[in-house]
Design a protein around this ligand. Structure first.
Ligand SMILES: [Ca+2]
Length: 186
């Protein structure tokens, strides 16, 4: 009983110290609720184009449309993959994209993207490099990795140029999503 009483006293003292010195107090950044904008997945507003298509066409069972259908259980597959391969999403009005996700396929990790660059363009001709990744890995199948970077400019076109896959001569991807991130959240 004495031990319990002492333990209770000790806990009480700890609680007082915590209150006095602010232990455990959460710190939130100042947010103006009137101007705050949420991060938004804008993929559905865009049109996808690719420079290498699946053998069954864009609308085929493993065509490029499957990379942006918001379904992790469908995938885009090309055979053979070539190192000049890219996918492009184009918007009718510019979007301030500063994050994207890639979701690995259901099988064969060697077909996952490994090296790539992510670029933005206003006119679809002149490109600005926004993000570059090398030796990327997916730690599981149908697994989503998120890639964040800073970008203040709203672009009409975004392109991911995949210069290497894990191994072999095929490429596959379950999903590619673009996220609009307001400047104050970057
Ligand atoms: Ca999909």
């Amino acid at each position: 009983m004495i031990f319990l009483k002492n333990a209770t006293k000790a806990l009480g003292l700890l609680a007082v110290f915590a209150l006095l010195f602010g232990c455990g107090k959460e710190e939130y950044p100042a947010v103006d609720l009137f101007t705050w904008k949420a991060k938004v997945d804008v993929t559905a507003k865009a049109n996808l184009s690719v420079n290498i298509e699946s053998s069954g066409g864009a609308a085929g069972s493993e065509g490029s449309a499957k990379a942006v259908d918001n379904d992790f259980n469908t995938k885009f597959l090309i055979n053979p993959y070539q190192s000049n391969f890219y996918m492009q999403l184009s918007f009718s009005s510019p979007q301030q994209v500063a994050s994207y996700t890639l979701t690995s396929g259901n099988d064969a990790p060697g077909r996952d993207p490994k090296d790539w660059k992510f670029s933005g363009s206003t006119d679809g001709t002149t490109w600005v490099d926004l993000d570059k990744r090398t030796e990327e890995m997916f730690s599981g199948r149908n697994l989503t990795n998120t890639y964040n970077f800073k970008n203040k400019v709203p672009y009409n076109h975004y392109r991911i140029s995949i210069s290497a896959v894990g191994s072999g001569s095929l490429f596959q991807l379950s999903e590619w999503r673009l996220i609009e991130v307001p400047e104050e959240q970057q």
